[in-house]
Ligand binder design. Structure first.
Ligand code: GDP
Length: 473
């Protein structure tokens, strides 16, 4: 039970200007109202219209759970009755997971935006490795898809499934003018990062109108496809009202939706209070090595130190001990490293242990874990990953690997570029991102209904395509 009248009403500040609802009991999800205490207040404007929309969001009310009655015919033996009618009047989008936790968080936020725009109730399928990580975000209701949803059979959830929207369209199972009454009960949308760039762009008015006729949408995604919704003409107006300041989409939706449970919050809080609460400045390094395109440790380390030097992210090392009255004397700069490996931490820590800095600043290195390898299926591993994603989000400055979805702090990060496909080393060490928005790895080609690929950045000036990322700002 996640709601009842709260014992004390959280203060206006804790509610982040109305972004958060006051109707949760604080103790059931400490992070919801306490997380902001570790962050600087947001400087990104929040529209009253978005606040109003968020207040209207509903999940499936607790009193009708289990509510299998609402599942489409053929997917579940369905008892009749008034409730069934009531809930089959709603339209649903059910998110299914793909890839790592960072990807999932971006995809869930995108699905939520999609649900807001298309008037659907959002549900998430929570596999065991993701269980108990996030609090319920909607007061009085649950967003968790109950057991018994036929995930595998009869629906094979993969890009080539015959139930996929794109395939149904290609195979003439459905057409843009098919009336709602003749459509199958559900549609499957596969939005995977790389595949999304293919000619099958579904972020077009015709497609969205047809998709809107389905009562059930099953959506599998690992991507920040929120950005692609900005490319759909029919959502233009609504998005402009919700996000007059486009750069703040994930910043706001993430702070509304994704709150770590008390178990994960405990890890975050313990670490923060133990090591980081009193420091003068915080900088985070997130070093992600992708197994499918590994970069040698020495090369990555060299790139990181080049970036640190060029961008003056850390104080320079001096030869002699600085005089007592040097400008930064005794100030502590905390470096939080998140990485699956301990090597970067060891080397940088050693450097600042053995040598003084020119400014007299103290550089303190921290790395909560080094898990050595990614464990998709481990709940414990994911708890730590989420705690680290949160810890990073309290940082003033972030320097992170290109393509990684692990870090999103609401600050403009420096991006450690990937080497070109045919190179082992990246010539340019890092560049500053122009946006705090997460990026979409591969934007859809904008040629709705056309055969030609169109560079989205040409048509939508707020979309920036870089070799590193595509984002809106
Ligand atoms: P991406 O693959 O970098 O886009 O990010 P994801 O979050 O999707 O996948 C990375 C996954 O690997 C995470 O969910 C973690 O399970 C794990 N991982 C990667 N880097 C770290 C790290 O620095 N710390 C921890 N604890 N886990 C990490």
């Amino acid at each position: 039970e996640n709601v009842s009248a709260p014992a004390t009403t959280p203060s206006h500040d804790k509610l982040l200007d109305g972004l958060l609802s006051a109707s949760f009991q604080e103790s059931t999800c400490e992070s919801r109202y306490k997380s902001s205490l570790y962050r600087k207040p947001s400087s990104l404007p929040l529209s009253p219209y978005l606040v109003k929309k968020l207040r209207e969001v509903r999940g499936v009310p607790q009193e009708v759970r289990p509510w299998h009655a609402a599942l489409p015919d053929g997917l579940q033996a369905a008892p009749g009755g008034a409730q069934r009618r009531q809930f089959s009047e709603c339209k649903y989008v059910v998110w299914f997971p793909l890839n790592g936790l960072g990807n999932r968080m971006l995809a869930i936020a995108s699905t939520f935006l999609y649900a807001l725009l298309s008037g659907r109730v959002m549900l998430v399928n929570v596999p065991q490795e993701q269980e108990g990580l996030f609090c319920e975000p909607f007061p009085g209701t649950s967003w968790v898809l109950p057991d018994g949803f036929p995930e595998g059979s009869p629906m094979k959830l993969y890009a080539g499934a015959p139930e996929s929207y794109v395939n149904m369209l290609k195979n003439n199972v459905i057409r843009y003018d098919t009336p709602a009454s003749s459509l199958p009960a559900h549609v499957y949308l596969h939005l995977e990062q790389i595949g999304q760039r293919l000619s099958d762009n579904i972020f077009c008015d015709d497609d969205q109108r047809l998709l809107g006729k389905f009562g059930w949408m099953i959506l599998k995604s690992d991507s920040y496809f929120a950005m692609a919704l900005f490319l759909t003409p029919m959502y233009d107006k609504e998005l402009a009202r919700m996000f007059p300041y486009k750069e703040a989409v994930f910043h706001h939706l993430g702070r509304y939706l994704l709150h770590p449970t008390n178990r994960v919050w405990g890890i975050v809080r313990r670490y923060y209070e133990a090591y980081l609460a009193g420091v003068d400045e915080k900088i985070g390094f997130q070093i992600r090595i992708f197994p499918e395109r590994p970069v040698k440790f020495e090369n990555m380390y060299d790139q990181l130190t080049r970036c640190i030097k060029e961008q003056r992210l850390l104080p320079e090392l001096g030869k002699a001990e600085p005089a007592a009255n040097t400008s930064g004397d005794g100030k502590v700069k905390a470096v939080l490293i998140t990485s699956l490996y301990s090597g970067y931490y060891d080397k940088i820590r050693g450097m600042y242990y053995e040598n003084p800095t020119k400014t007299g600043e103290i550089v303190a290195l921290y790395q909560p874990t080094h898990e050595e390898k990614q464990e998709y299926a481990s709940n414990e591993h994911n708890q730590k990953a989420l705690a680290e994603i949160y810890l990073l989000s309290y940082w003033d400055k972030i320097d992170m690997s290109a393509w990684s979805t692990f870090g999103f702090a609401g600050v403009k990060p420096w991006i450690l570029l990937r080497p070109d496909w045919d190179k082992e080393v990246s010539q340019v060490a890092c560049v500053r991102s122009t946006s705090v928005e997460p990026s979409l790895h591969s934007p859809p080609a904008l040629g709705c209904g056309a055969k030609k690929e169109v560079d989205v950045a040409v048509i939508k000036p707020y979309v920036h395509t870089h070799t590193t990322k595509t984002h809106i700002s």
